[in-house]
Write a protein that binds this ligand. Structure first.
Ligand code: SAM
Length: 198
């Protein structure tokens, strides 16, 4: 019941266009971490990639995801797992996607390190997150909201994601603000790969 309510809430507040804005760039074998009830599944492109593994902590959310289909009919596996300790071998994926996940992960840097570990050389991470605004008023408003959301829903409304990415060994190669500077799309590559290029 709670999973269905949460699924409905997320489908109302998260625009499909936000999800599509980076899913159109996925390649090869894709991991969607914290994929929840699979609301992103209809937003994956028809072609250009091969397989999806969707992982989430919550079994009831995963049961809803398992009922959804990908538009291009690619094979999909749904499995329970913690992004802080992903149950996959190093280099198992060509793309890692996470949408509105790291605002609620207890150890986000550890989760981001795990995303880097399971990514194959040349792979990319795509994050869609709500973050703290740099605008003074909106930033303060989000700080105030965070007092409530972090206690009631374990969701941090004033988290800055770029410093966490840097600490976890990622370099941001593209940033796009989709709604004010609060809903943000980030594309990142491992720092060591960027360093090897220069
Ligand atoms: C706000 S929901 C977003 C779900 C989905 N990504 C979407 O955009 O519709 C956050 C999801 O992250 C999952 N989650 C939270 N902490 C997690 C963790 N440590 N590892 C894996 N999933 C986690 C929750 O169970 C929930 O399904």
């Amino acid at each position: 019941m709670m999973a269905k309510v949460f699924d409905l809430f997320l489908s109302l507040v998260i625009a499909r266009a936000w999800r599509r804005s980076h899913l159109e760039r996925v390649q090869g074998r894709v991991l969607e971490a914290g994929g929840g009830s699979g609301l992103s599944l209809p937003c994956y492109p028809l072609a250009g990639w091969t397989e999806l593994v969707l992982v989430d902590l919550d079994q009831t959310m995963l049961a809803l995801a398992a009922q959804r289909e990908l538009p291009g009919g690619q094979p999909m596996t749904v499995c329970q797992g913690n992004v802080e300790a992903l149950p996959f071998e190093a280099g198992a994926f060509d793309t890692v996607v996470a949408q509105f996940l790291f605002c609620g992960v207890k150890q986000p840097v550890q989760g981001l390190r795990e995303c880097r570990r399971v990514l194959a050389p040349g792979g990319r991470l795509f994050l869609l997150e709500h973050v703290r605004s740099d605008h003074w008023f909106l930033g303060l408003l989000l700080d105030a909201l965070n007092v409530v959301t972090s206690r009631l829903f374990a969701d941090r409304f004033n988290q800055r994601v770029e410093p966490l990415l840097a600490e976890a060994g990622w370099r941001v190669v593209r940033r796009e603000d989709l709604f004010l500077d609060v809903i943000r799309l980030l594309e990142a590559v491992p720092q060591e790969e960027e360093a090897a290029k220069s």
